[in-house]
Design a binder for this molecule. Sequence first.
Ligand code: NAP
Length: 353
Amino acid sequence: MSAKTPVCVLGATGTVGQKFVRLLADHPWFEIAAVAASSASGGKRFGDVVRWREQSDLPPAIADLTIAECAPPLPGAVAFSALDADVAGPIEQAFARAGAYVVTNTRTHRMEPDVPLLIPEANADHLVLIDRQREARGWSGAILANPNCSTAALTLALAPLHRAFTIERLFVSTMQAVSGAGYPGVPSLDALGNVIPHIGDEEEKIERESRKILGALGPVGVEPADFAVSAHTNRVPVIDGHLETVSVGFRRRATPEDAIAVLKEFRGSPCVAGLPSSPNPPVEVDARADRPQPRLDLDRGRGMAVTVGRIRPCPILDLRMVVLGHNTIRGAAGQAVQIAELLVADGRLGQRT
Ligand code: NAP
């Protein structure tokens, strides 16, 4: 009998859902016990419905699963949610009420005071919010949120700099891949040979989520970090990978050499660094003049490492740099799996094999 912890994937047919299926197929601690999607897919064989877009083969055992509807009970101590945000709220709450740890990629619950918004290397201490959440809501499970994809890469890169120098002002302009819009996503006639200077609500998400992640635990939730953020977001014709150009001002003086040293030394806590999905190091610094690039640098740390390059002085703020992260791995499924691993390492879930 398998000693792995059973999990289910909600929204398993979508872009992020497929990434979950691929990452969980050979996971050392978890195994997929159920896949779920909309009622249009429910009752059908997963392999017959999914438009599989991953580069590895769809695992036969998962292809043969019958797609469930997104309602408890489903087998699985963890429910990974890759649901369309418009429908996620009540579904995720129902699973948490029924006793599952819901690790969600949707925007729905991210800013609620008792929901941790996690990047394990940056703020694993916020995990304790689930104790308040379960008590306040009377749930036997809990909801844990993954940040928005562009926020995840940006904030992982900034976390060690904020810890060392304290961010005061932040300017970021993103170039975001089309896979960030799900499937089928942005029409090809809009995306190809073009740049679209608007992604709905994305700038607001970066501005509020980065401050929550880098904030401190307070009596009611998280006190947001005290810095100003100005974000510009753009959709570019790249398949995977969000590239972000960043200017940042600090309360304590920081030279490029200081920042490079801090980023190179950065590791999560030993507990986080030892998780199966944790890259080592979590932030890679690339000194080459024309890096990072999505096509060349996206898969570092199996898509979980963020690459930072072009760290140089800024004539307006203190430093400028370029940040690259994988939107469906570090920005979605990969980090959600890492959060579930953190639950195991923290003694809240299952047994390690
Ligand atoms: P997607 O490709 O459009 O997939 C959406 C999934 O939701 C599909 O499995 C779909 O099932 C399911 N669904 C739709 N309506 C449903 C309903 N009424 N009941 C149950 N299931 C329903 O979207 P995605 O890009 O994977 O994104 C999923 C979530 O992750 C979104 O909230 C998104 O904002 C977030 N996110 C995405 C990224 C990214 O890079 N793509 C990154 C971070 C966060 P059917 O196939 O049956 O319709």
